[in-house]
Write a protein that binds this ligand. Structure first.
Ligand SMILES: Cc1ncc(C[n+]2csc(CCOP(=O)(O)OP(=O)(O)O)c2C)c(N)n1
Ligand SMILES: [Mg+2]
Length: 321
């Protein structure tokens, strides 16, 4: 177990709350019709991005997925620019041209969300190869889903990363579903981490709704990668609270299962309970932190609403063919 300061734990709690309230606001905006394009929410999975990214340095890299808002926030992304991007405004990360699934911030190592399932995995191999060649001691974390672990790109990437002993940690967010297919119907193994053995690397499966367990395990694997001892695979078992996208009718699973996860296995409620019990932070301060988080999201939304749409003549700029 790594000793964590109270300050670090409170910071992690704030990150989880920021993800939660950002996502709730985005959901509201989609339902109001203010957002165009598909939006995939990270609600219920906050402990994974938070626990992993809390181990990273500013110049470490991450690759993300179509469900990438949480990764971006946990790596230090600016929620005002994120909100502006999702609302299609010129102050957004991609001037409003990319939307929810294409947010990137190279200055803080976010190599981009990705609408291609399994698309981030080969990118992480290239980035980690570059870190190794440049001898920078940077680490790459590649987030992907349980569905993506059945793609060829997953297997090719882990193989190459192992052969070249690259500094990359593969983080599988097993949220039980790939669109409407339960993991048990698509995946040949119970624990995705078992697949690490095919590539001669370390594999672990952990409770992805326990942020401290995620942090401790990720820290160990990231340290190994940073020391030049090669890649690893970390499976975080969690649960997707929402549909695959906002608007998904979710006919393939019952409401009771979702409600049970929300009431019994909320990663934020669990961490909050731990911190109050351990007297890391008083309950009164928790309420203040929650209020401040909602204020931050209000500001981000205001910034986005007040920003302009890119002039039409600039739409074809920054396009590379
Ligand atoms: C190469 C490719 N195949 C299929 C799709 C359609 N698609 C989008 S998300 C998704 C499921 C992904 O599931 P998982 O990897 O578990 O991620 P989650 O949505 O659960 O976070 C699929 C099949 C796609 N975008 N790209
Ligand atoms: Mg999934």
């Amino acid at each position: 177990m790594v000793e964590l300061s109270n300050e670090k734990m409170v910071d992690m709690f704030k990150t989880m709350l920021k993800i939660r309230h950002f996502e709730l606001r985005v959901k509201e905006l989609v339902l109001k019709g203010s957002i165009r394009g598909g939006v995939h929410l990270y609600l219920g999975e906050e402990a994974v991005a938070t626990g992993v990214c809390a181990c990273l340095k500013k110049d470490d890299y991450i690759t993300s997925t179509h469900r990438g808002h949480g990764h971006c926030i946990a790596k230090g992304g600016d929620i005002s620019r994120m909100m502006a991007e999702i609302l299609g405004k010129e102050t957004g990360y991609c001037k409003g041209k990319g939307g929810s699934m294409h947010i990137a911030d190279i200055d803080i190592g976010i190599l981009g969300a990705n609408g291609i399932v399994g698309g981030g995995l080969p990118i992480s191999v290239g980035a980690a190869f570059s870190c190794k060649k440049r001898k920078t001691h940077q680490v790459v974390v590649s987030f992907f889903g349980d569905g993506a672990s059945n793609q060829g790109s997953f297997h090719e990437s882990l193989n190459m990363a192992s052969v070249w002993k690259l500094p990359v940690v593969y983080v599988c967010e097993n949220n039980q579903y790939a669109v409407s297919t339960h993991v048990s119907k698509s995946t040949s193994v119970k624990d995705v981490s078992i697949r690490a053995s095919s590539y001669g690397i370390e594999g672990r499966s952990v409770d992805g709704n326990d942020v401290l367990t995620v942090y401790n395990t990720a820290k160990e694997l990231i340290d190994i990668a940073r020391q030049g001892k090669g890649p690893s695979l970390l499976e975080c078992k969690t649960y997707r609270w929402e549909g695959h996208y906002v608007g998904d009718p979710m006919a393939y699973r019952c409401k009771e299962d979702v409600d049970k996860q929300k009431s019994e296995n909320d990663p934020i409620v669990r961490f909050e309970g731990y911190m109050v019990n351990q007297k890391i932070v008083p309950a009164s301060e928790i309420e203040q932190i929650k209020k401040e988080t909602i204020d931050l999201v209000d500001k981000a939304e205001k910034f986005a609403h007040e920003s302009k749409v890119l002039p039409v003549e600039k739409v074809t700029e920054d396009i590379f063919a």
